[in-house]
Design a protein around this ligand. Structure first.
Ligand SMILES: [Zn+2]
Ligand SMILES: [Zn+2]
Ligand SMILES: [Zn+2]
Length: 167
């Protein structure tokens, strides 16, 4: 059974808590791996966690430009790279956007379910999938460098909304 690392956003919830929890987990993950969450890296992470929707780099850039004079694009890109390497955020390749990781303390290869209607993303960890891919790759003498599994569909709320529309 796959572990749900991050579920779709509940329709009404205390998102302030999501952000707070994410920042606490990020601090812990950085301390555990001896990495430093500088104020800029922390702010970029916080902006990514502003919602459960994937965020594009240019959106982060324009938000940061308003609050920090020194938020030049290379600095922000470096912060994004750091956050990815530290496992605090994931890049959704098909959207070229970033989402906060639900469980940065657990090392994982994750898979993403992307709702094409509301844009929210859920993060899963299904080791059997990765194991299957690794086994097949090995049989073909292929060395896996990066594994990206992104599944498009409709979240439960959007299915309900679609049903209401067609009724
Ligand atoms: Zn939330
Ligand atoms: Zn993750
Ligand atoms: Zn949806």
């Amino acid at each position: 059974m796959a572990t749900v690392l991050k579920s779709f956003a509940p329709p009404a919830h205390d998102h302030g808590r999501c952000i707070k929890t994410a920042l606490v987990k990020a601090e812990r993950a950085c301390t555990a791996s001896g990495k430093r969450l500088t104020p800029l890296r922390r702010r970029v992470l916080e902006l990514i966690w502003n919602s459960h929707l994937p965020v594009k780099a240019y959106e982060l850039l324009s938000q940061l430009a308003q609050e920090r004079a020194q938020a030049a694009p290379p600095t922000v890109y470096r912060a994004l790279e750091f956050l990815q390497d530290a496992g605090l955020v994931h890049r959704i390749a098909s959207l070229n956007a970033f989402v906060g990781c639900g469980e940065p303390l657990a090392g994982h290869v994750s898979q993403f379910l992307i709702c094409t209607r509301c844009g929210t993303v859920a993060e899963l960890a299904e080791p059997a999938l990765s194991a299957g891919i690794a086994a097949s790759a090995q049989r073909l003498g292929f060395k896996v460098a990066r594994e990206t599994i992104e599944v498009e569909g409709l979240c439960r709320d959007c299915q309900k909304a679609e049903r209401a529309l067609t009724r």
